[in-house]
Ligand binder design. Structure first.
Ligand code: AMP
Length: 304
């Protein structure tokens, strides 16, 4: 049995022992967090789009260990969806999400409406992400990272977190958020923490979109992890172009429509053609299975 979180749009929570407090209003959340901050408490922030799974919860757990209290947002951000049907079909499982968060002993939930994040009349700024926005997810999902920056900029203002948690699953997003923190001049205030990708037993990266796969697609879906693992295993043995074309063919054979498979610098995501530079590498892939677009990546250990 759990105690239901307190739904609140404001008020002072001093003296109330709640397991988890849910805020819908940004101003009320900010005021509450300012009180905690004034007592020297360090916050950990985990932004999510809900439909929570073990990957999200691993971020909450890490934040619980490193911060004095944890704020998790659940907000399906319309501005980061370049495909309206992907937005319309994004799973919403708020009750289950709140139960999982309670079980993980999350402290505060921010569950805003779209108007709360984007008040009418709010001027939308453009973020100069440079090269990062022209490749991989930036190339195949035009406008996506501008939307990510809009929502994260707003969250940074409202939550003012000390520690900011992201999953390596969204590798390029981690880089974009790092760049955004620099653009906003917050690099001394906010520390990014990147958590490893949580996977199902067969290797498929956990994702809120996995529930949209049919049973047959779910079986095939593991091939994205197999393709990336194959690149990692063969890195020393085959030229990179051959590794990439092999991975694309394998995915296509398993029914995927491939956006990209890339071997890139783990530092800046520039494509890398061979092992000569000795820099750390990452293999990344994005591909559709039916109507569901999956992404994944693996850091490449050159010794393996
Ligand atoms: P999302 O709800 O998909 O926007 O994800 C919220 C956060 O959870 C992002 O920082 C993701 O990178 C992270 N995340 C999503 N899936 C996983 C996973 N399988 N393992 C670890 N972190 C994840």
């Amino acid at each position: 049995m759990f105690f239901a979180g307190i739904m609140s749009d404001g008020g002072n929570f001093d003296g109330i022992t709640a397991i988890m407090v849910i805020f819908r209003k940004a101003s009320a959340l900010s005021a509450h967090l300012a009180r905690l901050r004034s007592r020297g408490q360090r916050s950990g922030f985990v932004p999510t789009m809900g439909a929570l799974h073990e990957g999200h919860i691993s971020l909450i757990r890490q934040a619980k260990q490193e911060a004095d209290f944890v704020v998790c947002s659940i907000f399906v951000n319309p501005t980061q969806f370049n495909d309206p049907s992907d937005f319309a079909r994004y799973p919403i499982t708020t009750e289950n999400d709140l139960s999982l968060l309670l079980l993980a002993e999350n402290d505060i939930v921010f569950l805003p409406t779209v108007e709360e994040i984007y008040p009418p009349g709010m001027v939308r700024r453009h973020y100069d992400l440079g090269y990062l926005e022209t490749i991989l997810e930036g190339k195949y999902r035009p406008g996506h990272f501008q939307g990510v920056c809009q929502v994260i900029d707003r969250f940074l203002q409202v939550v003012q977190p000390d520690l900011f948690y992201l999953g390596q699953k969204d590798y390029q997003q981690c880089m974009v958020v790092g760049k955004l923190i620099g653009l906003l001049g917050l690099e001394d205030k906010v520390r990014l923490r990147i958590a490893p990708t949580r996977r199902e037993a067969d290797g498929l990266a956990m994702s809120s979109r996995n529930v949209r796969l049919s049973a047959a697609e779910r079986t095939e879906a593991t091939s994205i992890y197999r393709a990336l693992s194959g690149i990692r295993e063969q890195l020393n043995k085959q030229p990179f172009p051959l590794l990439l074309s092999g991975a694309v063919s394998a995915l296509e054979k398993d029914g995927f429509r491939v956006d990209y498979v890339s071997i890139a610098s783990a530092n800046d995501l520039r494509p890398v053609e061979n092992l000569e530079s000795g820099e750390p590498l990452v293999a990344l892939a994005a591909a559709f299975l039916g109507e569901v677009r999956l992404i994944d990546n693996l850091l490449l250990d050159k010794r393996s």
